[in-house]
Design a protein around this ligand. Structure first.
Ligand SMILES: Cc1cc2nc3c(=O)[nH]c(=O)nc-3n(C[C@H](O)[C@H](O)[C@H](O)COP(=O)(O)OP(=O)(O)OC[C@H]3O[C@@H](n4cnc5c(N)ncnc54)[C@H](O)[C@@H]3O)c2cc1C
Length: 467
């Protein structure tokens, strides 16, 4: 049994749940509240390490009884740190990571605390896949609920476009199936509306034959050599949005034995691309991206899809750095925007920062605006500024620079929209939620009122319940 605090009977929660109940000062409490962004350190009133749907129900009912807000930790990758709410009851789902594949039906049920590493391993065992993200350690929960942008988007759309059903614990502790026939409004809202509507115990995804081998192009050019390769890349992708998912990623070449020493510390860009089809054919199709001038390095090659999904993981260690990420969705990618992206990358105050142009179109663009809470799909590109640095004393310098670069770029944005998984932090993120949803916001607010009228789930891109 756990000790009670003067105000709340946490021992009742410990009796009702099988998972650990962690209070401030207890062993494991501090480890459980760590998230990916090293600059986030918040203290929940209590943490429940859920091991089952029953634990989630017990946690939500306890919170409802005692007026606590609930924060939900899936993979802990949310850059704004929404997983950990100050003074909240935090449901830590990291013990709930099971994946059950039905290869005949081509579906998978995925527990709410799983990461993409578990999903990719389980589905690729059957030669199947569903669109996830670029880093295998990212949680399925947060990534899915705000859209989900990964390497399969050209052929199979966003992660939400493959979400068939979800089992959800809502604010009154009820367990509901959200599907095309049961609570379809809830399923619609989960497809882009974030963690506003309840705790997802399990997601059900459609799977597609994919891999096991893919062609991954990763040629790297020096920023100092100019925007020529990026302009070619943009035009090259124009008729390939159904088969090639790609990003032009600006970064700084590391001091690595895999990089010629003469290039260490230089700003560069990688034209990263995965071909959604036969790897040999992909090697041929993507070859031109590797022939656009003098290469600083080239890590292109055929590899297992599960390996491609983990390739960037070492760049993003949990808790190691301070991070502030923002984005714009873009209609087109004009020369002027490429030049500005390149100039931003060159001027960025941190060598650890990354920024990228991402292509869209293909299967992502074919989903009607009203079909998901994510809304309109007529944007063609995304610009993301992923600022990463080491020292607290550089917070203002790096964040201030990022805000300025993002604000300047806003004139190019697609109807003021951004991607809510890369939305910034605190007030400058919250203020943008309505812009991001556009016309969808009012419909989401009405659904929020139905399933969470008291706004128990408010540590997220928050949607206020309609009055
Ligand atoms: C290194 C890195 C790489 C990334 N790459 C990509 C990428 O390629 N594509 C992309 O689209 N995004 C990417 N992201 C962004 C990522 O999708 C978001 O940060 C997302 O919030 C992470 O999900 P999580 O479960 O790990 O987050 P957490 O921090 O655990 O959760 C964030 C929020 O999601 C909600 N949530 C999580 N699980 C549940 C659940 N089971 N039920 C209800 N609500 C839940 C809650 O509101 C919670 O506050 C990346 C982020 C990082 C840090």
């Amino acid at each position: 049994m756990k000790p009670d605090t003067p105000s709340l009977p946490f021992s009742d929660l410990a009796h009702a749940a099988t998972g650990d109940v962690l209070l401030p000062g207890e062993a494991d409490y501090d480890a459980a509240r760590v998230v990916w962004n090293g600059m986030i350190s918040r203290k929940p009133a209590v943490i429940l390490r859920c091991t089952s749907r029953g634990d989630i129900v017990a946690g939500v009912r306890f919170a409802a009884r005692h007026g606590l807000a609930v924060s939900i930790k899936g993979g802990g990758h949310n850059v704004a740190g929404h997983a950990v709410g100050e003074g909240s009851l935090m449901l830590d789902l990291s013990q709930m990571r099971g994946v059950t594949v039905d290869p005949a039906a081509r579906t998978a049920w995925v527990d709410g605390g799983a990461t993409w590493a578990e999903v990719d391993a389980a589905t690729q065992a059957h030669g199947l896949a569903t669109p996830g993200g670029l880093i295998s350690e990212t949680g399925v929960g947060g990534l899915t609920l705000s859209g989900g942008v990964g390497w399969l988007r050209s052929k199979h759309g966003l992660t939400i476009d493959n979400l068939i059903a979800a089992e959800v614990v809502t604010a009154d502790g009820s367990v509901m199936l959200a599907s095309a026939t049961e609570h379809p409004d809830l399923l619609w809202a989960l497809k882009g509306g974030g963690g506003n509507f309840g705790v997802v115990v399990r997601f059900c995804f459609a799977l597609h034959p994919f891999g096991p081998e893919v062609m991954f192009a990763l040629p790297i050019y020096l920023a100092a050599d100019g925007p020529g390769p990026i302009r070619f890349w943009r035009d090259f992708l124009a008729d390939k949005s159904d088969t090639v998912a790609s990003l032009c990623e600006f970064s700084t070449l590391p001091e690595s034995p895999d990089v010629p020493a003469e290039h260490w510390g230089k700003r560069c860009f990688t034209l990263a691309a995965i071909y959604a089809g036969d790897a040999t054919e992909g090697e041929r199709v993507l070859a031109p991206l590797r022939e656009l001038g003098k290469l600083a390095a080239d890590f292109s090659g055929r590899m297992p899809y599960v390996e491609a999904q983990k390739l960037f993981d070492p760049l993003f260690p949990t808790g190691a750095y301070r991070c502030y990420w923002k984005s714009h969705l873009l209609t087109t990618l004009a020369d002027e925007m490429i030049d500005e992206g390149l100039a931003n990358a060159t001027a960025s105050p941190s060598d650890r920062s990354i920024s990228s142009f991402w292509n869209f179109g293909g299967a992502t663009a074919r989903v009607p605006a009203a079909a998901t809470a994510f809304g309109d799909r007529s944007f063609g590109w995304m610009y993301s500024l992923d600022s990463v640095w080491e020292k607290p004393e550089d917070d203002e310098k790096v964040m201030g620079w990022t805000r300025k670069a993002w604000t300047r770029f806003r004139r190019h944005s697609h109807e003021g929209r951004l991607y809510l998984n890369f939305a910034g932090q605190d007030a400058d993120s919250a203020d943008l939620t309505k812009d991001a949803f556009g016309q969808t916001y009012q419909r989401l607010a009405a659904i929020k009122r139905r399933y969470d009228p008291g706004n128990m789930f408010r540590f997220n891109q928050n949607i206020q319940p309609a009055q």
